[in-house]
Design a protein. Structure first.
Length: 481
């Protein structure tokens, strides 16, 4: 299979909030996966998440292998060879895994976290379906994963000030006839909670040829020809340019996940590849299977939105997402007590939602571009021009707003470990009565029969949301359908 267009690859984006929805969406993706006839790769942004996902999959009866840079070279080689030979069917890995992986029968590539760029995403999903047979790529998208990627960007791009601090530490060490290890450099920043930034600065000095790493303890020494001044040795404009480039890449992949048009078209457009006609007919958007779609708010939800926007406006761009949520939920936390936030008229306006509920609503407003997170190191929240218009009385756009049904589903997921797609369909059918239930059962039976005849998963025929629409709208002609 060559070229940017992969006709055998179906791309899905599932928007999720919190661990319960992450787990439920992971379960849904693996409901359609058969470890006997193919392989699956799950990519995570952190080692912690690889361990979490592996545990969740083991509970489902799979035998996943974990792969990340923290493993010994021998263990990494063993895991990679086990996956390539077919002994292992499911790999759970950070992006350290995959270079040189050319297993033909990978049927599923799932991103548990959003990657840092569309280029990385496309490269990783490119490992699915190399035998030309149908395969799926599923991205679980959350605002939390975007914040995690922003953290990675901050860690990868130290400021000139951070680099100068580390340089001065190293000059002092050289004057004393010693050197610093990476751990010692990092410990110098713990009083300011910026140890990781200093560690990144040390790597920058090494990468720029201004310092060298030696010995088993990874001691860092200044290069012999480097004096006691950093002036002119580091290009600050280049530092900022590289940082902005990574931020732009993150914005592109975030926009890709939020869009409501064909996924394949977005990839082809990004890589400036030609397409014969718009729409792939096989992604979640084209199939009408997007989950947690934006919708019009009812009166109660609109009131919640206006209270939320008012709270963001009252904070005047001085605090970030967490503190706005604490303020609106009426928190008595130490971070809030005694601050200006306690005295705002919007303090506690959304107390009934709880802090987590307010965070979900803030994420929905950010997703709809009514609220903006401004700043790199410590983003603060402000209203966009559209958010200000809504606050002044303009009708709000459709939002992915958490509601009663969503809360119940989330609670059920936490209680049961997530529902399968088939159990969800059965629950929907059970909600109908008499002839309606009979029709719903026949539609589901038709879907199963067609899927079996064509040799594709049932969701490729039509999804549960489409089943609901068919029952509600009852099309009588092809045009109505």
């Amino acid at each position: 299979v060559t070229g940017f267009d992969r006709p055998n690859l179906s791309i899905y984006v599932r928007r999720v909030r919190g661990a319960a929805e992450h787990g439920a969406s992971l379960n849904r993706a693996f409901d359609e996966f058969d470890a006997v006839t193919g392989a699956a790769l799950v990519y995570c942004a952190s080692r912690k998440n690889t361990e979490l996902v592996a545990r969740l999959l083991k509970e489902r009866g799979f035998a996943p292998e974990i792969y990340h840079a923290g493993l010994s070279p021998g263990e990494r080689t063993r895991v990679q060879e086990s996956f390539m030979s077919g002994q292992t069917a499911v790999g759970v890995a950070t992006n350290a895994f995959g270079m040189g992986i050319d297993r033909a029968d990978v049927r599923l590539v799932l991103h548990y976290d959003c990657p840092g760029s569309l280029e990385a995403y496309y490269q990783e999903i490119g490992r699915a379906g190399r035998d030309g047979q149908p395969a799926r790529a599923v991205l679980l998208f959350s605002e939390g994963s975007i914040r995690l990627q922003r953290f990675f960007i901050e860690r990868a791009h130290p400021t000139l000030s951070d680099i100068q601090r580390v340089f001065s530490f190293m000059v002092e060490a050289r004057q004393l006839g010693s050197a610093l290890t990476l751990e010692e450099v990092e410990s110098r920043g713990r009083d300011r909670d910026d140890g990781m930034a200093l560690r990144s600065a040390a790597f920058k000095l090494v990468g720029s040829g201004l310092a060298n790493r030696r010995g088993l303890d990874s001691e860092i020494h200044l290069a012999p020809d480097i004096g006691e001044s950093l002036n002119g040795l580091i290009d600050e404009e280049e530092l900022e340019m590289r940082r902005r480039l990574d931020e732009d890449r993150l914005r592109v992949v975030s926009s890709f996940a939020r869009r409501s048009s064909c996924r394949r078209d977005a990839i082809l457009d990004h890589f400036r590849a030609e397409r014969e006609e718009p729409g792939c007919g096989r992604c979640d958007v084209c199939l009408g299977e997007t989950l947690n779609d934006a919708r019009d708010l009812d009166d109660r939800e609109t009131t919640e939105l206006l209270k939320l926007l008012s709270g963001v406006a009252r904070a005047r761009g001085r605090v970030g997402r967490q503190k706005v949520a604490l303020m609106l939920s009426g928190s008595k936390a130490q971070d809030i007590a005694g601050s200006f936030l306690c005295g705002l008229s919007t303090y506690g306006l959304l107390e009934h939602c709880g802090q987590r509920g307010v965070l979900e609503r803030l994420d929905a407003a950010i997703e709809a571009q009514l609220v903006m997170a401004v700043g790199d190191d410590y983003p603060v929240l402000t209203l966009s021009s559209q958010g200000l218009s809504v606050l002044k009385g303009a009708p709000p756009p459709p939002l992915n707003w958490p509601g009663v049904a969503r809360s119940r589903a989330s609670n059920a997921s936490r209680a049961e470990g997530g529902r399968t797609a088939s159990s969800e369909a059965a629950e929907r059918i059970a909600a109908f009565e008499g002839d309606d239930r009979d029709l719903a059962q026949r539609l589901r039976a038709y879907r199963s029969a067609e899927a079996s005849r064509l040799g594709v998963p049932a969701y490729r025929i039509f999804g549960n949301r489409t089943l609901d629409d068919l029952m509600t709208r009852r099309p009588r002609t092809t045009a109505e359908l």
